[in-house]
Design a protein around this ligand. Structure first.
Ligand code: RB5
Length: 150
């Protein structure tokens, strides 16, 4: 498995904890930055990581900023990206099982490192269940493609 990872200055300290989980699993990580604490603009790193996922170069993506909100909003502007901002493991698990989420976003100023690790594990371990959920994900894609679905 190959993961695209992106963060801004507010998310950088959490990256180490997330890397622990990924390294322990032998996951290949493509780091998209930022790489220091200087103030930067999260959409840049969201787009870099999201492009890798959308193109198929990476299987999934993990993003971190202060709240996890801004960076997920930016990633979701990339066609084909379904990025979820999660503060607990259950939503992360279900976002894979039911929504086929392909990117996870975490707020470094919102949750602690142990919760972040549990969220990442839940996200990576859960499979997409397909079936009726595929139909709903297809409807999300239809909206993305400008179709009216009602
Ligand atoms: C940076 O201060 C902060 O605004 C950013 O990390 C993020 O929380 C935005 O959604």
């Amino acid at each position: 498995m190959k993961i695209a990872m992106g963060n801004d200055h507010a998310g950088i300290d959490l990256k180490e904890a997330v890397m622990e989980v990924l390294n322990a699993r032998g996951v290949e990580v493509v780091e998209c930055g930022t790489f220091d604490h200087s103030s930067c603009d999260y959409p840049v790193f969201a787009q870099k990581a999201a492009d890798l996922v959308a193109s198929g170069e990476c299987d999934l993506g993990i993003l971190m900023c202060g709240t996890g909100v801004g960076i997920s909003l930016a990633a979701n502007k990339v066609k084909g990206i379904r990025c979820v901002c999660c503060s607990e493991p259950y939503s992360a698990e279900m976002s894979r099982r039911h929504n086929n989420a392909n990117m996870l976003s975490i707020g470094a100023r919102v949750i602690g490192t142990e919760t972040a690790k549990a969220i990442v594990k839940a996200f990576l371990d859960a499979p997409f269940e397909g079936d009726r959920h595929q139909r709903r994900v297809d409807l999300i894609t239809a909206i993305e493609n400008g179709e009216k679905i009602y």
